[in-house]
Design a protein around this ligand. Structure first.
Ligand code: F6P
Length: 527
């Protein structure tokens, strides 16, 4: 496969960038083209996307789609969907899409639906068990972020008599205060780990089991369950209620598998199936829609445009829905663990940038924290707004304020305010002593700062499923064009093994062979 920067389309994009892209002025682009919004907004299942406030035009999208074709995106997509080994460095297929395919369709359907049925039946039993009030998911990374994000997002579908908790950090400050609030007789622990070897999860699971026994608990079978591919290790830990999954489900793509058990307990089997159905609808769109109208593909291509042509290194996500407060953290793992790579599939160092930094907070909170920098800082950071038309509450006035804020921010980023416009406004009285021209420069905004807005009708299991799958396939798209393996994560290994080497030194104080900084810090921590 050709490297993306060796294609004719890349050269065409470079020329297009020099001629029209670098200096594209959004105010002007809207003034000159009354059809810009219609031409650059797209409908996908459950998600509407306005790309018109981005630094691009239809020609840019045309060249980007050409790039996708030259980089064999469709062939790579089809290979992943049919179960070829898309994760070569681990010798695995990548089939999270099979987890949401309807019964009887998709690879491994019998296995997938067998576990799904059993897991949902168990979830219903827990939901119906008046003796269980608290469910604690112990997991980290993909075994935590996805379920935690979805449970928060679908709070309106949850039951008030069941409290869901998520423990992830090996820091005892995570689990210790939680245990103080719990009643062992009324608690179910779910140990969630694809490998069942992860240090943090194993440590927290051991603490939970010891606490449970110390509280006089005896019935581990009733109070502990596991979700893992390593059923033998779960059994060795003493858990026999286990829901399995498969090595072709990547950790950060696993919320659709048994790892979704806390979601199913929170919202019930019917809503869990709706979540899967929403994701499946997006899978079908990704698999079949022409690239020119394929929303995950277009978003992934715009990511390449910004990262490799404009040189932007970061993207901010601003969900204007409090339920989506964990979405940025979830996306950090999804995108940065997938595409934070520096060599191609053949191990050759890449000359171009890959994953941007993805970060954010829900609106409107972010507006009162870092939006200052987005509007007037020296870096251009594309922002992704997510707005939801219908809220799950009846506070209409507050919802209008929320939506107006969301629209105002993307407008302000785009329009900016010239120094002349600022000077024409009445100056704040407190600044009366400052030269008017100087003050106007402080109060001006460069504008022309790009953003995308995604709209959902409401935040439901189905729309959320579609939104998450949209992000998964977008990450696939940019990773496939960059020619990297989006499905391994070797970058987390070195820290893990150094940690294992340092751990005994914390007890022994032995610093021999360590670099002077690590030795000095270790000595201080032990003093
Ligand atoms: O941090 C690396 C990682 O392997 C993630 O990819 C994964 O989601 C997380 O650790 C947890 O792994 P496991 O589910 O095996 O405990």
């Amino acid at each position: 496969m050709k490297r993306c920067d060796h294609t004719a389309a890349w050269a065409a994009l470079q020329g297009h960038f020099e001629a029209h892209g670098r200096d594209l002025d959004l105010r002007e682009a809207f003034a000159q083209d009354a059809g810009r919004f219609a031409a650059l907004s797209f409908d996908a299942p459950e998600v509407f996307a306005d790309l018109s406030k981005n630094l691009l035009d239809t020609a840019t999208l045309h060249f980007l789609v050409e790039l996708a074709r030259e980089c064999a995106l469709e062939e790579q997509r089809d290979a992943m969907l049919r179960g070829d080994v898309a994760n070569a460095t681990e010798g695995r297929a990548v089939l999270h899409t099979a987890l949401r395919a309807p019964r009887g369709s998709g690879p491994f359907s019998d296995e997938v639906h067998g576990v799904l049925d059993a897991m949902l039946a168990y979830a219903e039993a827990v939901r119906g068990d008046a003796g269980i009030s608290d469910i604690v998911n112990i997991g980290i990374g993909g075994s935590d972020l996805g379920p935690q994000m979805v449970v928060a997002a679908l709070q309106a579908y949850g039951r008030v008599d069941k409290r869901l908790h998520f423990v992830s950090n090996v820091d005892g400050h995570d689990i210790a205060p939680l245990l103080q609030q719990l009643d062992a007789k009324a608690t179910l622990f779910i140990v969630a780990s694809k490998t069942f070897t992860t240090q943090e999860t194993m440590a927290n699971a051991a603490v939970a089991r010891a606490w449970f026994l110390a509280q006089g608990g005896t019935d581990i079978a009733r109070h502990f369950a596991a979700t893992t591919t390593n059923v033998a290790a779960a059994a060795a830990f003493g858990i026999d209620t286990t829901f399995g999954f498969w090595d072709w489900v990547g950790g950060r793509y696993s919320l659709w598998s048994a790892i979704g058990l806390p979601i199913a307990i929170a919202v019930g089997g019917e809503h869990f199936r709706a979540l899967l159905a929403g994701a499946h609808a997006m899978d079908r769109h990704f698999a079949a829609a022409p690239l020119e109208k394929n929303l995950p593909v277009l978003l992934g291509l715009v990511d390449i445009w910004y990262r490799n042509f404009h040189g932007f290194t970061s993207r901010s996500v601003a969900p204007y829905h409090q339920g989506l407060r964990r979405l940025p953290a979830y996306l950090q793992q999804l995108e940065m663990e997938s595409n934070g790579k520096r060599v191609d599939l053949d191990g050759r160092a890449l000359p171009y940038g890959t994953s941007p930094v993805v970060w954010g907070e829900p609106g409107t909170n972010g507006q009162h924290a870092y939006f200052q920098m987005l509007h007037q800082g020296t870096d251009v950071i594309p922002v992704e707004f997510i707005a939801v038309k219908t809220p799950a509450h009846g506070l209409v006035d507050q919802h209008h304020k929320l939506l107006a804020n969301c629209l105002a921010q993307s407008q302000a980023l785009m329009l900016g305010k010239t120094a002349a416009e600022a000077a024409a406004e009445p100056a704040p009285t407190a600044a009366a002593g400052i030269d008017a021209a100087v003050l106007a420069r402080h109060r001006s905004f460069p504008g022309n700062r790009p953003s995308t807005t995604l709209l959902l009708q409401a935040l439901t299991p189905r729309t959320l499923g579609a939104l998450i799958a949209l992000y998964e396939h977008r990450v696939f798209t940019s990773g496939a064009l960059w020619g990297i393996n989006s499905f391994d994560q070797w970058g987390v290994e070195l820290g893990k093994s150094l940690c294992n080497q340092l751990l005994p030194r914390l007890a022994s104080g032995e610093t021999q062979g360590l670099d002077a900084s690590t030795a000095g810090l270790l000595a201080r921590l032990r003093a």
